[in-house]
Design a protein around this ligand. Structure first.
Ligand code: AHR
Length: 502
């Protein structure tokens, strides 16, 4: 029998949760854009060819920001291919995903889509095969009102108002050997600093993200962040983190503890950023943009999906289209717990990605859009997380994992707002046993009503599909007992739960 104890007290806060924590990512990759968000001719397509069924799901998911247009794609991208009359736009080879890019969708269309979807657009510039001048050009095109070459081009293209994009990523994963233009930390730091300085001269209100490591497993991890921040500290606001998780064989115990790795990753990057802060005696704090995170069966790409033939360049191929299970949803929910726990320093994040490729939303061309299991913990967390992340006193039994040592069986985080509402997110990592969690809520005040919703299933590998879109859904958890400043809830084996206290 697993028993865990939590104490929730609104006096002990981590920090305000920035709504940008619930951001996502749309890359020109596979069917994320084409047949994903955009499919002219689809029965629900609007006048711009955007699928209204997908848009509705994006809103329901509670996505706040959207990073665009890549990803690996951006390091070979010429942004100006995607502006002006669509019939004049070139078809190009996308070397990152070995596809044809038709350029039907570019910055202007995507800015319109983001506006319709109520998302803030976060734009990545190409520092892989291009440089400072092109970054300035796209910034001028996007943010200057009019009266210059690029701003007037935007106006002539039918967009009189500037897009006013605030958050800009200075390249993508420049530490990764797979990246076009991959380079050393020193060389990247130099171009990132020059680009950042120049972009700020053009628009001082920007918020800039320097590339951190592609994962905590990169051989240059730690050193990369130090070198990049020592050169760019005064010029940028964020350092990025990227992390994807998948089970190694059937070691599900380690897989379910992926958030332990995310916790350590964040703590290490925070320590490195603060080390540079100390070296510089700076009053400024650099925060983290965790702008790629998710469950991704990444090893399947190299072994099953990757095409390299010079004769094969498909348009919008089926790439990285994984079917996510109940267990994947539990892991994803626990990654969100980790992000919220670090809300003081992780002030932006993007689940990668949004539609079809590594995605919570799937589409059939000409047919329906449907929700993967992973859709639910994201949407419930975005919808129900309150303003402030709380520090939680958590006592849980532990279990041994191959990669991370002893980890708590139960993990949780709580959020609270002044209005008196409290929301607790919890996972039970045990594959076999339910866990009873006793929560001391005496510091919260009178609890009138508690609602609990859980993701679990007898078959932890169950997934949704086009033919069975509702095979897995969150279910009401009616095990809650409230009384005397305490509440008790039973978390099913391998489950994710949200509790709202009114
Ligand atoms: O999200 C898929 C890919 O993962 C992105 O293009 C890249 O940045 C990362 O390696």
């Amino acid at each position: 029998m697993i028993r865990a104890h939590l104490t929730v007290d609104p006096h002990f806060t981590v920090g305000t949760i920035n709504r940008r924590l619930f951001g996502s990512f749309v890359e020109h990759l596979g069917r994320c854009v084409y047949e994903g968000i955009y499919e002219p001719g689809h029965p629900t397509a609007d006048e711009q060819g955007f699928r209204a069924d997908v848009m509705e799901l994006v809103r329901e998911m509670g996505v706040t920001t959207v990073r665009y247009p890549g990803g690996n794609f951006v390091s070979g991208y010429r942004w100006e291919d995607g502006i002006g009359p669509v019939e004049d736009r070139p078809r190009r080879l996308d070397l990152a995903w070995h596809s044809i890019e038709t350029n039907e969708i570019g910055l202007d269309e995507f800015a319109s889509w983001a506006k319709k979807a109520d998302c803030e657009l976060m734009y990545a510039v190409n520092l892989g095969t291009r440089g400072v001048l092109e970054a300035l050009d796209v910034l001028e095109y996007a943010n200057v009102r009019s009266g210059t070459q690029w701003s007037d081009r935007r106006v002539a293209n039918g967009h009189p108002d500037p897009h006013r994009i605030r958050m800009w990523c200075l390249g993508n994963e420049m530490d990764g050997p797979w990246q076009l233009g991959h380079t050393t930390a020193e060389a990247y730091a130099e171009i990132a600093a020059t680009a950042a300085g120049a972009m700020r001269q053009l628009d001082p209100d920007l918020e800039l993200v320097a590339c951190g490591s592609s994962s905590a497993q990169m051989p240059t991890f730690g050193e990369w962040e130090r070198v990049v921040l020592e050169r760019t500290y005064d010029l940028v606001d964020f350092i990025s983190c990227h992390a994807y998780y998948e089970p190694r064989g059937d070691d599900y115990e380690t897989y379910l503890a992926s958030a332990v790795n995310m916790d350590r990753f964040i703590d290490t990057v925070v320590a490195t950023a603060d080390h540079v802060k100390a070296l510089r005696s700076s009053a400024k704090t650099i925060n983290i943009s965790f702008d790629e995170w998710n469950v991704w069966y990444q090893s399947r790409y190299d072994t099953e999906e990757k095409v390299t033939s010079i004769d094969t360049w498909p348009v919008a191929p089926h790439l990285l289209e994984h079917s996510y299970t109940v267990m994947d949803a539990v892991v994803l929910g626990s990654l969100l717990i980790s992000l919220i726990r670090h809300a003081d320093r992780v002030t932006a994040a993007s689940i990668a990605q949004l539609v079809n490729a590594i995605a919570p939303i799937m589409t059939e061309p000409g047919g329906p859009a449907w929700k993967q299991t992973t859709f639910y913990p994201f949407s419930l967390t975005s919808r129900l997380a309150r303003e402030t992340a709380l520090e939680l006193k958590l006592d849980s039994p532990t279990y041994d994992t191959e990669l991370y040592g002893q980890v708590p069986v139960v993990d949780a985080v709580a959020t609270h707002d002044e209005g008196g509402g409290t929301t607790i997110f919890a996972v039970n990592r045990s594959l076999t046993d339910e866990a009873t969690v006793e929560i001391d809520v005496s510091g919260v005040g009178d609890v009138a009503r508690v609602t609990a919703t859980s993701m679990f299933d007898d078959d932890v590998h169950a997934a949704n599909s086009a033919s069975q879109p509702d095979r897995v859904r969150p279910r009401e958890n009616d095990s809650v007992i409230v009384g005397d400043g305490r509440l008790t809830v039973t978390l099913p084996a391998c489950s994710w739960t949200v509790l709202t206290l009114d």
